[in-house]
Design a binder for this molecule. Structure first.
Ligand code: NDP
Ligand code: PYR
Ligand code: MG
Length: 648
């Protein structure tokens, strides 16, 4: 039973007198509610229902249906949760803590149509139109969600320019969230390149010009000392995952400053679409410490701070305040995904906060896990074990050394050889040439483990001829660096050369799919970070795979969240790789694929989540007890559904 003075209730919820609905004494006031509530087991969920108002007092929430998704483990106390729940008391002008474990927000009539989380557009039924004051606000026709999906897809296909498709998708997300996710989930292969790489790269470059609505939180140097207050400005309180960037290394496009926001927004839409994490639990964040991108600093439409990047103590203090604030606000089990930081910060942030927070670096760890999975399944084509192969990377930054380390770790686990030994199977080339012992003094710390004894080599082609790799991996961020000569040399050394061009977006890919197949006479096993269309070569169709961390992070994150895991461990990355590799079917292999199609991604994510959670339980890092018996089923049951709910 909820008893709250109606005026206070509506004011607190930011509902002005003008939009409040008639509320005679004892009259059931039909409004759509989003109730974040907690049951006696400490489980929270979103519900919809109506409220009963008596004598200007909200008396009850009428029979809310079961929670959409269980989001809090049993061990969380209602009081602990409540500490994180705040509303503005506009009358008093002060912040007031709600001491009951629920909060309610109301939308009806015109506001309901403007509320993307609950809006259904033309899909509102006759009954809902009556009950929620929508009569006359919509044309008479009523359509099913599937027809809305069909119409939106038709509209999006009319646009020839990818950025226009992107903007149409963003508009939809801001208008009707469930329809956005239904469309994205049902047509994931077609729309992933629109909301994610490559188009999201262009969107970030032009973010200032296309900016319409804030889609996440901007924390700039001006917010220093106030980050906790800034977090409370975000409308959602029960955040489970943050994707944060400082915009310094956006895909392979360099420093895009504050306009990097497109990346956390895009990654989190995949958390929901591919991994089933509730949208309301996702928070995109961009930390703005300036940019060294002169073009943006001189761009009149640039949306960020117009100053050079802060570094050193000033940078560290802002990040530290952010990390403390989010933990204080959202608790120990909040997952923080670092995304597209430059490598001079990324490794240090991961090391520093890995000990105190649930942090995951997608570029270092997620990429490593997805590539290892691809290599495990590529063994089907090339034979042998990982230990039988030699790996050469172009690019020795976050992605390159992250993947290298996970490969070495997996070989070490498989062979019981020490890591120092297994690392010797992996070679890396950076902008100055092959990483070798004689360069040790001048190398950044993350390159040092790869400085093997060898004479210096400047050019990739010479390194390929000398090392004779079976696997060539591009993580340089520089397009067309796998030249005809490089690919031909790989094909002369190997019957089936494995070539992965991981750099994003498409313009930065080390080679195209067509180049890889043509120059290797159709023998390459090829995958790329951004998608390429199938290639017809000598009468045969070759389907390239997409080696992108999008296969891993949504399921990985779901696994951490659903098990209440408090720290990430390398063994979880290995578990995720094996789970992904196990999802490649014989039919996929028959098509030459080393990754399963994205059309099955929700099922794949459930398997990844289950494996990650199982590892977390094994390592004693999971706090959701008891452990569910069937983790795959449990993962599936936790997943957000984009289907409309009925509002009574
Ligand atoms: N497919 C996927 O899922 C992912 C793809 N990526 C992509 O990988 C690329 C790199 O990302 P990340 O590792 O984080 O970036 P980093 O900046 O950390 O690393 C880039 C590396 O490439 C080297 N490099 C740059 N130019 C050249 C060149 N001309 N020849 C040889 N080496 C060069 C750099 O050398 P030096 O150290 O000397 O400067 C550095 O070692 C990006 O395009 C990114 O989009 C990243 C994560 C995931
Ligand atoms: C995919 C990704 O995370 C990147 O290119 O940075
Ligand atoms: Mg990234």
């Amino acid at each position: 039973m909820i008893s709250l003075n109606r005026t206070t209730f509506l004011t607190q919820m930011g509902v002005s007198g003008a939009c409040s609905t008639p509320s005679g004494t004892g009259r059931r006031q039909p409004v759509v509610l989003k109730v974040v509530s907690m049951d006696s087991n400490g489980r929270a969920g979103e519900r919809s229902g109506s409220v009963v108002v008596e004598n200007n007092t909200v008396k009850e929430i009428a029979k809310p249906p079961s929670p959409v998704v269980e989001v809090e483990p049993k061990s969380t106390s209602a009081a602990a949760w409540a500490q994180n729940a705040y509303v503005e008391d506009s009358a008093a002008g002060t912040e007031e803590q709600i001491m009951t474990p629920w909060s309610v927000s109301v939308a009806s009539g015109y506001n309901l149509l403007r509320d993307p989380r609950h809006n259904k557009g033309l899909a509102f039924t006759e009954k809902e139109r009556d009950a929620h004051y929508l009569r006359g606000l919509l044309p008479p026709t009523i359509v099913a969600q599937n027809l809305q999906v069909k119409k939106m897809l038709h509209n999006i296909r009319q646009y020839q320019v990818p950025l226009q498709k992107y903007m149409a998708m963003m508009d939809l997300q801001e208008r009707n969230e469930k329809l956005f996710y239904k469309l994205l989930i049902d047509h994931v292969e077609e729309l992933l390149p629109v909301v994610y790489t490559p188009t999201v790269g262009e969107a970030c470059q032009k973010y200032g010009s296309i900016f319409r609505q804030p889609q996440g939180l901007y924390i700039s140097l001006r917010e220093k000392g106030k980050i906790l207050e800034v977090l409370r400005n975000w409308p959602e309180k029960n955040i489970q995952v943050i994707v944060v960037t400082d915009g310094e290394r956006i895909l392979g496009l360099g420093d895009l400053g504050c306009q990097g926001m497109g990346i956390p927004v895009g990654k989190l839409s995949l958390y929901t679409a591919l991994g089933g994490v509730r949208p309301s639990a996702c928070l995109p964040v961009t930390i703005d410490v300036g940019t060294n991108n002169e073009e943006l600093l001189n761009d009149e439409f640039y949306i960020g701070l117009r100053q050079k990047r802060a570094t050193g103590q000033e940078y560290a203090e802002l990040i530290d305040e952010f990390m403390s604030a989010v933990k204080q606000c959202y608790g120990e089990k909040l997952l923080i995904q670092f995304e597209d930081f430059a490598n001079h910060n990324a490794f240090d942030l991961l090391a520093k906060y890995g000990a105190t927070h649930l942090v995951f670096n997608d570029d270092i760890q997620g990429t490593a896990s997805v590539v290892l999975a691809g290599l495990i399944s590529a063994l089907k084509f090339v034979g042998g074990s990982l230990a039988d192969h030699r790996f050469l990377f172009l690019g020795a930054g976050e992605a390159g050394t992250g993947i290298a380390e996970l490969i070495a770790l997996e070989i070490s686990k498989q062979t019981n050889a020490p890591l120092e030994e297994t690392r010797k199977k992996v070679w890396l080339v950076d902008s100055k040439g092959l990483i070798v012992g004689s360069r040790k003094d001048t190398l950044q710390h993350f390159k040092k483990p790869w400085a093997h004894d060898h004479k210096p080599i400047k050019k990739l082609i010479d390194a390929v001829k000398e090392i004779k790799p079976t696997v060539l991996i591009g993580t340089s961020g520089v397009g067309r660096t796998f030249t005809k000569e490089v690919v031909e040399t790989m094909a002369s050394i190997n019957d089936k050369p494995i070539i992965l061009s991981l750099s994003n977006p498409t313009s930065q890919s080390e080679c195209t799919a067509e180049e890889a197949y043509k120059w290797s006479q159709g023998r390459a096993i090829f995958a790329s970070g951004s998608p390429f269309d199938p290639v017809k070569y000598k009468g045969k169709v070759f389907v390239p795979g997409q080696a992108n961390n999008a296969y891993i992070f949504p399921g990985f994150g779901l696994g951490l969240i659903m098990s209440g895991t408090i720290r990430v461990h390398d063994d979880m990355l290995l578990a995720a790789s094996e789970a992904l590799a196990s999802q490649v079917s014989q039919e996929d292999f028959d098509r030459g694929l080393i990754y399963p199609p994205f059309t099955n991604i929700r099922k794949i994510s459930a398997h990844i989540a289950a494996s990650v959670a199982a590892k977390a339980y094994e390592l004693g890092l999971a706090t959701r007890l008891p452990q569910p018996k069937d983790l795959v089923k449990y993962a599936e049951s936790c997943m957000y559904s984009p289907s409309y709910q009925n509002y009574r």
